[in-house]
Design a protein around this ligand. Structure first.
Ligand code: SF4
Length: 237
């Protein structure tokens, strides 16, 4: 466990300005705001990972939402995707409360950390391949710091899956070739030459497009979280 290392990393991520297009976008959104949040002071910076430094389970999304994480400064906090994710984490016993409204709302995750391969809100939720690749070094460093305790990862959606696999390889796990394809409920074990394997599970993204249409139901999400928690050695209900 490296508490100081991870908090230092989070601070460094929050100060990153490596992608000019995303810096412009996140700051413009923070200035112009959405009418419903007109009285908010938006975060308007990269959003670091959220959760304990000795997490056994990591959830990897895509990128912060313009008026969610980019507003509140915490992963999946203040948007519809987060409403679904945190409710499910609470339902299976991995979060202290079912809602995530502000960074100071007291929410705690139990053995779980949430991060993303791209830390800045992108226009239309679509980072470019260059932005994705530029941000990867932050994920590689985060994985390196979590590695002593990390045993399972849930990747939300195909973009996150494609973005994260090279990061796992760079961080030292053995990623099979050809690379395993994303599938909801899919599972692959990444060998670690120096320790236990890391269990990688795919799950449809908790986007409104998936949850409103029923492509991803709350029970489907809870089931993936329960399976991942079991592989991570966490107790879920
Ligand atoms: S997306 Fe990542 S690399 Fe690019 S500016 Fe944001 S934090 Fe930095």
């Amino acid at each position: 466990m490296d508490i100081s290392g991870l908090s230092v990393l989070d601070q460094r991520i929050a100060g990153c300005r490596a992608c000019p297009r995303l810096v412009d976008w996140r700051e413009e959104v923070a200035r112009t705001k959405r009418a419903a949040f007109a009285d908010w002071t938006y975060w308007g910076r990269p959003v670091p990972g959220f959760g304990p430094p000795d997490a056994r389970l990591l959830i990897v999304g895509l990128a912060p939402a313009a008026h969610g994480g980019n507003r509140t400064g915490r992963m999946f906090t203040g948007d519809r995707s987060g409403d679904v994710l945190y409710q499910a984490l609470y339902d299976v016993g991995l979060a202290s409360q079912p809602t995530a409204v502000t960074a100071g709302d007291g929410l705690e995750l139990y053995g779980v950390r949430i991060t993303s391969p791209v830390h800045c809100a992108p226009p239309a939720n679509k980072p470019t391949p260059t932005e994705r690749d530029t941000c990867r070094s932050w994920l590689v460093q985060e994985l390196g710091l979590l590695r002593p305790t990390l045993r399972a990862v849930v990747v939300l959606g195909a973009f996150g899956w494609q973005a994260a696999l090279p990061a796992f390889a760079e961080a030292g796990w053995t990623v099979p070739r050809p690379r395993p394809a994303f599938a909801h409920g899919g599972h692959v074990a990444l060998d670690d030459p120096d320790g236990p394997a890391l269990h990688l599970l795919g799950c449809f993204h908790v986007s409104q497009r998936n949850t409103f249409t029923g492509r991803l139901t709350p029970e489907m999400l809870r089931q993936v979280l329960r399976t991942a928690a079991g592989k991570a050695g966490l107790t879920a209900r």
